[in-house]
Design a protein around this ligand. Structure first.
Ligand SMILES: O=C(O)[C@H](O)[C@@H](O)[C@H](O)[C@H](O)COP(=O)(O)O
Length: 223
């Protein structure tokens, strides 16, 4: 794991957006297409604001979430809604959104078709992850009902998980496709998450799911 500390959050968001744009541009130059997998939650909005204005060939970029809360897209809890409002605007409106949600009562009802949509875009070119103070990443929550399976390399690409801390049911990429990403960035802010990250390094992935992705990741932190 590589750890990069920034003087403040604003600088972190600008720099990391720049790094991600550079990595996407490299993939586009070499392969003519790229995939970008991003978190929802409250932290990444400013990165999305900057990235959405970057001048790259967005039409050949597939964008999808690390995980989604099983709520309709008009819910304030919808990560897809965040993507539509903050990332897929401006120049980035040309990108292809690969859905991690489709209307249904339970994620299991749509899992197979959503996984089929993601498959052509693996391995992920550029992966941005968030982390909770409980050391979850994507929707791999400590104590989640199917966490053990989701951490194995033989797990399907996408799984539905339930955890008390998660609120609604979740759909999430599993550890395998996350670990296999070509570039992995973890974005965390604040003292509490820094302490949690340090703790995670001494725990097992079952106790601290972010540990399953740490080995090849660069962690970006500001107070
Ligand atoms: O749907 C989600 O909640 C996310 O994708 C999740 O994995 C997130 O990255 C962390 O919970 C951190 O969230 P915050 O940035 O809000 O602290």
């Amino acid at each position: 794991m590589k750890f990069v500390e920034y003087p403040d959050r604003e600088f972190l968001m600008l720099k990391l957006a720049d790094v991600i744009a550079g990595e996407l541009a490299d993939f586009l130059r070499r392969e003519g297409r790229a995939s970008l997998c991003v978190p929802g939650g409250t932290t990444p909005g400013p990165i999305f604001d900057t990235l959405s204005g970057v001048d790259i060939d967005w039409a050949n970029v597939a964008v999808f979430l690390n995980d989604e809360r099983w709520v309709p897209e008009d819910s304030p809890r919808s990560n897809t809604r965040l993507l539509r409002e903050r990332l897929l605007v401006g120049r980035a409106a040309a990108a292809q959104l690969v859905p991690l949600y489709a209307p249904a009562d339970q994620p299991e009802d749509r899992l197979a078709e959503l996984a089929e949509g993601i498959a052509p875009h693996l391995p992920i070119s550029v992966l941005l992850l968030g982390m909770g103070a409980d050391m979850h990443t994507a929707s791999l929550f400590p104590g989640a009902d199917r966490l053990e399976e989701a951490l194995t390399d033989s797990a399907p690409t996408l799984m539905a998980l339930r955890a008390d801390a998660a609120g609604e049911p979740r759909i999430t990429l599993t550890a395998g496709p996350l670990r296999a990403a070509m570039n992995i960035h973890i974005l965390i802010t604040g003292a509490e998450k820094r302490v949690a990250l340090e703790k995670a390094q001494h725990l097992t992935p079952a106790e601290a799911p972010v540990k399953a992705i740490l080995a090849n990741a660069t962690v970006h932190w500001a107070e």
